[in-house]
Design a protein around this ligand. Structure first.
Ligand code: MG
Length: 157
């Protein structure tokens, strides 16, 4: 067994689509970034890669590469899982925490788990997604950014 940890944060800006855990929110603001900027999915990718002792997603999918412009991060996550499989690793479970002052995450959690389940091949019950606010503290608390933490466990195929 191998454990990995991932963290990501993106700024909230007007006029960008908001995608978290593969789920699109109907907001007039979204996360800034080269891809769809889905910080939850990026944190999960980094946890999986870290558990396998591999470099982070920036190494595999550089934000200077036009191929990844506005890309759906679920595609990146599926590629990370297949990258692990070629190296003899399979995910066992994932847990994650989103830190967001807005929007309300709870009503969309089940959809996020389903999207992440599709991308990783893991059963929904092996994927944890929790959400908390930052209690008004710092830039996340003022709604200027959304951050995510994730851990992932891998087993040998
Ligand atoms: Mg990111």
């Amino acid at each position: 067994m191998r454990i990995g940890h991932g963290y990501d944060i993106h700024r909230l800006v007007p006029g960008r689509p908001l995608v978290l855990g593969g789920v699109r929110f109907e907001t007039d603001y979204g996360l800034e970034g080269h891809s769809d900027a889905d910080c939850l999915t990026h944190a999960i990718c980094d946890a999986l890669l870290g558990a396998a002792g591999l470099p982070d997603i920036g190494h595999f999918f550089p934000n200077t590469d036009p191929a990844y412009r506005s890309i759906d991060s679920q595609i990146l996550l599926a590629r990370v899982v297949s990258e692990l499989r070629t190296r003899g690793w399979a995910p066992v479970n994932i847990d994650s925490t989103l830190i967001a002052e807005k929007p309300r995450i709870l009503p969309r959690l089940a959809e996020m788990k389903l999207a992440l389940s599709r991308s990783t091949g893991l059963p929904v019950e092996d994927i944890g997604v929790k959400a908390t606010t930052n209690e008004g503290v710092d830039e996340i608390g003022r709604g200027l950014a959304i951050a995510a933490h994730a851990v992932a466990l891998l087993k040998r195929l």
